[in-house]
Design a protein around this ligand. Structure first.
Ligand SMILES: [Zn+2]
Length: 317
């Protein structure tokens, strides 16, 4: 469901552009299109990223980005994969509310979740992340910038930058938005070593970042054993709905965890077996987890990398 406000703004902009036929207007940031968002619960808006890898066409729009509107201000949860996408998310927020953007929260370090941060500098928000996020981003900044620039093209990537959190979350922490609060909980190493989950108090909406993939194959950059353990713990919780890092805008919880748990458990089991049989990594990447192939988009792009990471972790058991 799009807000009527949003549709009318978009239509207005398109009509305006067509009439003016001015190339200057088209590229003015003040007239950036608003990202398409849906209100999945009262005051909770989600933009769904595409099931793709970075390209000039998708401009890094590959992960879900959300915002929560409170009586005193707005919190953004992930900012998409480029400054231009961050601008479009900001436009979507401004089409809904003029309240101050107080917090920009990153669920973890990956480029498709953080490179839109720069679009919010003008709001002077508190940038928030897991206490290990700053170190992780600092270490990877250069390679993330180089790779994203190469895949999206220099022009599309322009203005994107790594912005480190100014508030690092080490213990469960509450952020106040007036009539609602957000509970931020840092997780042990799973998808990455800096996964942060968020719960909106008012609607009991759980934001799992990339601890939850749906449709898009999970990508492993932390610990497969840790991730499965975190999923076990999460499965015992209650939430009205969950917003995954990749997948539909809103899903039933905890049922949404099922397919991902099956994928990770299958990879873990198959890799363990390959190691027990004395197989090499190269042999394992040809067989382990392939029973999951038809269950996921982007399997060819990420699966072998996942098996490789799992093998490196499990061979030292
Ligand atoms: Zn990720």
């Amino acid at each position: 469901m799009c807000t009527p406000k949003l549709i009318s703004r978009k239509t207005f902009l398109k009509a305006g552009l067509a009439l003016a036929a001015s190339p200057l207007l088209r590229y003015s940031p003040a007239f950036a299109d608003a990202a398409e968002v849906s209100e999945v619960a009262p005051g909770v808006f989600v933009h769904q990223g595409r099931y793709e890898v970075q390209s000039p066409e998708n401009r890094g729009d590959m992960s879900n980005a959300s915002f929560v509107v409170g009586s005193e201000g707005v919190a953004v949860i992930d900012t998409s994969g480029s400054e231009v996408m961050g601008e479009e998310l900001r436009e979507a927020i401004r089409a809904v509310t003029n309240k101050p953007i107080k917090y920009v929260i990153n669920t973890h370090m990956h480029p498709d979740h953080v490179f839109g941060n720069a679009a919010f500098k003008q709001d002077n928000p508190t940038y928030v992340g897991h206490y290990k996020l700053a170190r992780a981003l600092g270490t990877r900044a250069e390679s993330y910038i180089t790779a994203s620039k190469e895949m999206m093209g220099k022009k599309v990537f322009e203005g994107s930058e790594i912005i480190l959190p100014t508030l690092g979350i080490k213990e469960p922490t509450t952020l106040d938005l007036g009539d609602r609060t957000l509970l931020l909980e840092p997780q042990p190493t799973a998808h990455t070593d800096n996964d942060l989950i968020i719960t909106d108090s008012k609607t009991n909406t759980l934001f799992l970042g990339d601890l939850l993939f749906s449709v898009h194959i999970p990508t492993l950059d932390g610990s497969i054993k840790g991730w499965l353990a975190v999923l076990d713990a999460l499965g015992k919780r209650k939430a009205a709905r969950v917003v995954p890092g990749h997948g539909p805008k809103s899903m039933e919880f905890p049922q949404a965890l099922g397919p991902e748990r099956q994928y990770l458990a299958t990879v873990e089991k198959d890799v363990r077996q390959a190691i027990a049989e004395g197989k090499t990594l190269s042999e394992a990447t040809k067989t382990a987890g392939f029973s999951e192939k038809d269950n996921w988009k982007l399997f060819d792009q990420y699966h072998i990398r996942n098996v490789t990471a799992a093998f490196a972790e499990l061979e030292w058991e």
